[in-house]
Design a protein. Structure first.
Length: 547
């Protein structure tokens, strides 16, 4: 390891200061490009901080987050604020300290700012209603698809000179998107009615932000027509489910279709019945009366004569007839209690008055079960068996007028509806195009930086330094320069030297051609030794003057 370090240090020294500075600059540039690319291409994802805000709340939240150094972004709708992932809790704590967002739907926190000193009962009642409205509006906004809500409640009030008590009522205005507004309106009505004492659902009116009336008056789900329709749908669904459970193990789920129509009577019935049982009697009271009567009657009579008309004359009476009677009476009265039973029945249920069932069976499936050589008689017999099975599973009653029909037909492919197409590769690519572009760009940047920056730098650091080529000396350069004598007596080169050695070869000619110009060689002599070059030039000038 120390030997490798020494090798690297020696290589760096061999580069020189200029090359080391260039390598350092390249390394800094490479690191800067990688850092900028990683920061730009891998920016943190944003997550929602608050939704359904007013424009004033958005502006105040932006100012607070900007002063705290927390990045943020505003949604395309202008009512939501987004912050980088991981900073949501910090941002919410910071905004809570500042009292943001200051939403108009204030709840029970209104009582935090209300002092008890000098607060009248009217102010307390108004604050209570406002707090209740705010809490209900918050709950409504928590429903999926509800963007904003505003609630107005009129509480019940009993006046001194009013006989009847005013019933409470409420109105709700909502802003929604992507939901069934009418169903949500019915749910909101029951929510508000349950939150306000004495408020019924039919006293709650729901509108949307465009002024369209969504729900008002009586609940349509409580009407007799809606109840009858709901019961019919439930009965039909139950009967259809019974048919599927009976035929699926035999035919398979895709080889038959069943349709059920049921007529249901949902009228409310009240029956009162009194039953007397003459065989069961109990003595309730017995009354006995006995009477004995004895009478003796004697009758005296005075005869009519002259003496009765004479004064002071007393007529003598004579005995008349005498009657004696005796009467003995006995009377007994017995009162009996007859056993009776009174039955009162109130029925809010339903009764099926008529039922129509239609079942179609895939004929190809029957052919598969019976064999390819099945005759029409065999298929008809099997259809009759299926009809008996369906009648038993659905509670078919011929006396009630029910109708059942089972037929074997050929099914056509695609009748069950178009299958849900899965998103293709192009749709998937379009969905993740941004992520793929960022990842690809980052990979390309890293590859280019590594190939054109790090790789040459690593090769240069690990390569052994080549020995520097010694440049020509001052004497060599001087000899290569033309002198005045050689210039004046310059002749074409001989074909052969006197010693018999061959003349200049093509290689010598090539060297002569690629030799530097005299001006370049003179400049090189000046760089090597200025004083000596000046002496040589003076000498040449003196020789030219003498010549």
């Amino acid at each position: 390891m120390p030997q490798q370090i020494q090798s690297i240090i020696s290589n760096l020294r061999a580069f020189g200061v200029r090359r080391l500075a260039m390598l350092a600059g390249i390394a800094a540039l490479v690191m800067a490009v990688i850092g900028i690319g990683s920061v730009y291409l891998n920016r943190p994802a944003y997550e929602t901080l608050y939704v359904g805000l007013d424009r004033s709340d958005v502006n105040q939240i932006g100012l607070v987050l900007g002063e705290a150094g927390i990045g943020f972004d505003v949604g395309s709708d202008g009512t939501s604020v987004l912050v980088p992932a991981g900073t949501t809790a910090q941002a919410r704590m910071l905004l809570a300290e500042k009292g943001l967002p200051t939403s108009a739907n204030a709840g029970y926190e209104l009582f935090d700012n209300v002092g008890s000193l000098g607060l009248t009962s009217f102010m307390q009642q108004i604050t209570r209603v406002r707090a209740l409205e705010g809490e209900i509006a918050r709950t409504i906004q928590s429903i999926a698809g509800i963007k904003a809500a505003r609630v107005h409640i009129v509480m019940s009030e009993r006046a001194n000179f009013r006989r009847d008590e005013q019933q409470p009522s409420a109105s709700v205005v909502i802003r929604y998107s992507g939901i069934d507004a009418e169903k949500s309106a019915m749910s909101i009505r029951h929510l508000v009615a349950a939150a306000v004492p004495g408020l019924s659902a039919d006293k709650v009116t729901v509108l949307d932000s465009n002024g369209n009336l969504l729900a008002a008056g009586d609940d349509p789900s409580n009407t007799s027509a809606a109840r009858t329709l709901g019961v019919e749908q439930t009965v039909e669904a139950q009967i259809g489910d019974n048919i599927r459970r009976a035929l699926t193990p035999y035919l398979g789920p895709d080889n038959f279709r069943a349709s059920v129509k049921a007529d249901v009577n949902t009228d409310t019935r009240q029956t009162e019945e009194t039953i007397f049982d003459p065989e069961s009697r109990v003595e309730r009271s017995v009354q006995s009366v006995r009477a004995n009567e004895n009478s003796n009657q004697r009758q005296a009579s005075t005869p009519a004569s002259v003496e009765q008309n004479l004064p002071e004359t007393q007529a003598t009476s004579t005995d008349g007839p005498q009657t004696t009677s005796a009467n003995d009476r006995k009377e007994e009265i017995t009162n009996y209690e007859i056993n009776s039973k009174k039955i009162a029945t109130v029925s809010n249920g339903y009764s099926v008055t008529k039922m129509s069932i239609a079942v179609v069976v895939n004929q190809q499936r029957l052919m598969t079960i019976l064999g390819k050589d099945a005759t029409p008689e065999q298929i008809a017999k099997r259809v009759a068996d299926i009809q008996k099975m369906v009648a038993s599973a659905t509670g078919f009653d011929d006396k009630r007028g029910d109708i059942i029909d089972v037929s074997a037909v050929e099914f056509i492919d695609g009748l069950d509806g178009e299958p849900i197409e899965q998103p293709g590769i192009m749709a998937s690519i379009g969905t993740h195009a941004g992520t793929m572009i960022n990842a690809g760009a980052f990979i390309v940047v890293v590859f280019l930086v590594a190939f054109f920056g790090l790789r040459p730098m690593a090769t240069a650091l690990t390569a052994r330094p080549t020995p520097a080529l010694a440049g020509p000396s001052f004497d060599d350069v001087q000899r290569s320069l033309p002198t005045p004598e050689t210039t004046a007596t310059a002749e074409p080169p001989p074909a052969a030297l006197p010693s018999g050695r061959p003349g200049p070869t093509p290689l010598d000619d090539l060297r002569q051609k690629i030799r530097p110009a005299p001006q370049e060689r003179l400049a090189r002599m000046v760089d090597l030794n200025e004083e000596r070059t000046a002496q040589i030039l003076r000498k040449w000038a003196a020789q030219e003057a003498t010549v």
